[in-house]
Design a protein. Structure first.
Length: 135
């Protein structure tokens, strides 16, 4: 596989942050809040080849929420010194809301990462998913 230029990598990151296919830049990765397309409706790229591939997305989400929570907790604690119980309840709620809203972006970022390493590509005709769009 040919190495990607820095500009191409930036284009892929921008594309997946907009929840679009990293291959064509047009097809939507998600059809709902939590429902992901198996293949791109435009170019036919399969987003996930094997069960459990989305574990990387969980790591992305975990790092993001922990940086937000730990950093936010200590910053708010240092600036305002709020009572601990409401402070902790606030950060638990922030965690739940953030993870719910960030889920699609974490999955999309992982798809972009796998795409850049050669793991996301269109199926050949003999292995094509019957639900995939015709080219």
């Amino acid at each position: 596989m040919k190495a990607m230029t820095f500009g191409k990598r930036l284009r892929v990151w921008w594309t997946v942050l907009r929840l679009r296919c990293p291959n064509c830049g047009e097809g939507r990765i998600f059809t709902g809040l939590f429902k992901m397309n198996k293949v791109c409706p435009v170019c036919g790229v399969r987003f996930e080849r094997a069960e459990g591939e989305s574990v990387g997305a969980m790591y992305i989400a975990l790092v993001a929420v922990e940086l937000l929570t730990v950093g936010g907790y200590f910053l708010v604690n240092a600036l305002f010194a709020p009572p601990q119980t409401p402070h902790l309840i606030f950060w638990v709620v922030v965690n739940i809301v953030f993870l719910t809203l960030f889920y699609r972006h974490a999955r999309s970022l992982w798809i972009g990462t796998v795409y850049m390493t050669g793991g996301v590509f269109p199926d050949s005709d003999e292995h094509r998913d019957p639900d995939a769009p015709e080219e």
